[in-house]
Design a protein around this ligand. Structure first.
Ligand SMILES: Nc1ncnc2c1ncn2[C@@H]1O[C@H](COP(=O)(O)OP(=O)(O)O)[C@@H](O)[C@H]1O
Ligand SMILES: [Mg+2]
Length: 456
């Protein structure tokens, strides 16, 4: 198995090189062979022409006369219609050329015909040249020289690849090196960043679209990791901070009270204060536990079908006492037709309780909180509106953040700043969305929307 990418590239390149070489070599070889044959053929024609045109009748050509040309010795011979030889060159080489009656006939008809024949292990190119009424002049040349030329070329083609493969391998290795260089650079830079644990970005300059895309993905990943580390750090410190204040007040109050003997009323007061702090601590712990489960994806939804208006009425009833205590009127506005919702009832109850709790908490005495629901073709809508203090525009984008509390609320009321982030998570997990509209001094509208299609 080839382990490195560079080696794989190298081998692919090498194979390509070699294949291309053989294709080119084959083409060159065929072309060269063709040229050689053409040269031989031309010299044969020229010879035949000069023999006939100079009126040197083949019959009267001196016996034994041989013509030396570039490719060695050329031989000649005159053949009759019946295939018998009239006269030929002395070396009797021409005598051994087999006569093709078919080609002889064509030549007698006045055409130039070529033949490649084997005679005693030697190859000849023979031209049938019409030279007389019933005679054909055959001139031929040995192809031994041509064969030698082709053989040496062949040897070159066979031997060269050994050298070629090594060369191709080296060149490919260098090319592959250039190709993988950016990847190696990317890896090294990534390793450095991971080791140094600094919030850096990879910047290796533009190295082509593909590599650049990887760099972008990598940087996004780094950013994600950074921001989730950051969120984790912030969460931990926020948790510590939130737990710290009730604990400090618990310890402080208790210490102060214990400094001297107190009346029963004073002890009762201490216990009441302590209880409030402990309730707060327990609420914070519950919320943190919830969010931890969310973060670790171990919170399971148990969805079921239920009647939304009935469900909302139950929640409102549980807040009635609290509202009355703050002199706040609660109004419910549901449509005639019952609405069915499909979701996790327990979680949704927590979500709407948070919203209702906020609405009452952030509405001054004499105010009003309205809970309504409606359904149309596409959505189911639940609204929780109040005539409370409202949320400054600049704060709206943050109210769903963990531990975020409004500037004023931080001093005035108790709360953890976790309520809305939990609420939002629950709504989203039940495929809903939550929106806020608010005006300082006039009140806030929280609107929860579920797509109707999800409910069927
Ligand atoms: N109905 C509301 N009216 C005015 N402000 C609100 C309302 N609901 C939420 N807020 C603002 O959003 C902040 C975050 O809400 P939440 O997450 O429930 O935290 P908490 O209620 O513990 O402060 C609150 O501190 C408050 O400033
Ligand atoms: Mg709240």
């Amino acid at each position: 198995m080839i382990r490195t990418f560079r080696m794989r590239l190298t081998l692919i390149y090498t194979v390509c090189f070699v294949v291309i070489f053989f294709l080119v070599a084959f083409a060159a070889y065929t072309e060269y062979k063709q040229r050689l044959y053409e040269t031989v053929d031309w010299s044969l024609i020229r010879l035949a022409r000069s023999m006939t045109e100079s009126k040197v009748d083949a019959n009267h050509l001196e016996r034994g006369q041989e013509i030396i040309t570039r490719f060695g010795t050329d031989y000649h011979q005159t053949v009759r219609r019946d295939g018998t030889t009239v006269v030929g060159s002395i070396s009797s080489v021409s005598q051994r050329w087999p006569v093709s009656m078919e080609k002889l006939q064509k030549a007698l008809d006045g055409r130039l015909v070529y033949d490649t024949v084997n005679s005693q292990g030697e190859k000849f190119r023979v031209l049938y040249f019409p030279s007389g009424k019933d005679e054909v002049l055959r001139v031929g040349a040995s192809l031994e020289e041509v064969k030698k030329h082709l053989e040496s070329l062949n040897r070159l083609i066979i031997v060269f690849p050994v050298f070629l493969i090594s060369l191709a391998f080296v060149i490919s290795w260098l090319l592959a090196g250039i190709a993988v260089a950016p990847v190696i650079k990317l890896r090294k830079r990534a390793e450095e960043i991971i080791q140094s644990r600094t919030p850096e970005k990879i910047d290796i300059g533009s190295k082509g679209k593909e590599i650049d895309a990887i760099v972008v993905i990598f940087n996004n990943m780094l950013e994600d990791i950074q921001s989730s580390l950051e969120a984790h750090r912030r969460f931990t410190s926020d948790v510590a901070h939130e737990i710290r204040s009730p604990l400090t007040s618990l310890i402080g109050n208790t210490e102060v009270t214990l400094r001297k003997k107190r009346t029963v009323e004073e002890y009762e007061e201490l216990l009441r204060n302590n209880l409030a702090d402990m309730v707060r601590l327990s609420r914070i712990t519950d919320n943190i536990l919830f969010l931890t489960k969310v973060d670790n994806h171990i919170l399971e939804l148990r969805k079921q079908r239920f009647d939304l208006n009935h469900f909302l009425t139950n929640i409102v009833d549980r807040f009635r006492f609290k509202a009355e205590r703050s002199v706040i009127t609660m109004s419910e506005q549901y449509g005639e037709t019952p609405i069915e919702l499909f979701g996790d009832m327990n979680l949704l109850e927590q979500a709407f309780s948070n919203l209702l709790d906020n609405a009452i908490k952030y509405t001054p005495r004499g105010g009003m909180v309205t809970i309504g629901s409606a359904m149309d073709e596409s959505v189911i809508r639940v609204t929780i509106s109040d005539t409370g203090v409202g949320i400054p525009e600049g704060e709206i984008p943050h109210i769903f953040d963990r531990f975020y509390r409004g500037e004023k609320e931080q001093v005035k009321s108790v709360g953890t700043g976790l309520g809305l982030s939990i609420t939002q998570w629950i709504i989203n997990a039940n495929s809903g969305k939550i929106h806020v509209k608010s005006k300082v001094g006039a009140g806030s509208d929280f609107m929860v929307i579920f797509p109707a299609a999800e409910q069927r």
